[in-house]
Design a protein around this ligand. Sequence first.
Ligand code: DOR
Ligand code: ZN
Length: 336
Amino acid sequence: MNSLRIALPDDFHAHLRQGPPLRAYVARSAANFGRFLAMPNVVPPPVDGRFLADYGAALASAIAGSGRDARVLLSFKLVPGMGPEAVYRCAEAGAVAGKYYPAGATTHSSDGIAEPGQVSRELAAMQEAGLVLAVHGEDPAAPVLGRETAFLPVLDRVVAAYPRLRVVLEHLSGAEAVAAVLDWPDRVAATITAHHLAYTIDDLLGDRLDPSFYCKPLLKSAADRSALVGAACSGSPKFFFGSDSAPHPAAAKAAGAAGVYASPAAMPILAAVFEEAGALDRLEGFCSAAGARFYGLPEPRGELLLERREWVVPGELDGVVPLAAGRTLSWTAYRT
Ligand code: DOR
Ligand code: ZN
């Protein structure tokens, strides 16, 4: 197959940042995705309806400036003490999800949650409001390669305690997490990134240190990658695409920031992964259907054309070293 048209993909996990760089990052997402769920780890955090609405307006204005037809989906940051009323106000302001960050797990998460009992009233309110709980599933106290596995029992308790709450375990990175998601009821799903599907810890550390592959959760072993590919290509509606595109300018990267600027190259990389697995016919379900269905959104409008045409990923885009910088990809994506 030399070209493939799929319904326009959605990205259910994107860090679009704030301030001047936001416009370029939004334009880059809108070039390949019809909808993207904006992560709330900005400063100050969106923990009330008014601030969330303001952030949504800034993102909508950037979309308008890009000249693309796209829509941003909003999430608020779930923090201890915010109270159930603030949860309902965020829902009124258009939030479709609230994001659970374990305290200290990643960028701008020091105000996160030490244990789920700290947000029990807020979780009950999310369940009542029909909001999705989006979870960064890592225990920062565990050794770095075991952080995701160490968090699974915590999430298991949350899933059991709120029997109507819809939950998304974000950016799966390991085989144990894949198995856990399959064991939980259908109201629990997961996003998977292009980089966790295509690369392993050897791309980050094996030859020379390449910080463009450094993210949380870390890229893991070949066996983990193969469990993720199996899940993404299985056709199960529990697994859908979220890029976790997380741009950091060079100076921040040099200072050790975690995050992969994934949105520019994600779709060509996904096409190659699905092709290698003999599952190109399942790519559309993974990135253009399953997530929208889980979130209760209408089917996407528009199409993405993937062509078998080599594309050398630039060494720098928008002042950031993107995922797969300098590598030659075998597919190119065009929004039609
Ligand atoms: O690598 C990451 N970077 N993981 C996250 O969870 C957050 C993100 C960021 O915001 O930079
Ligand atoms: Zn993220």
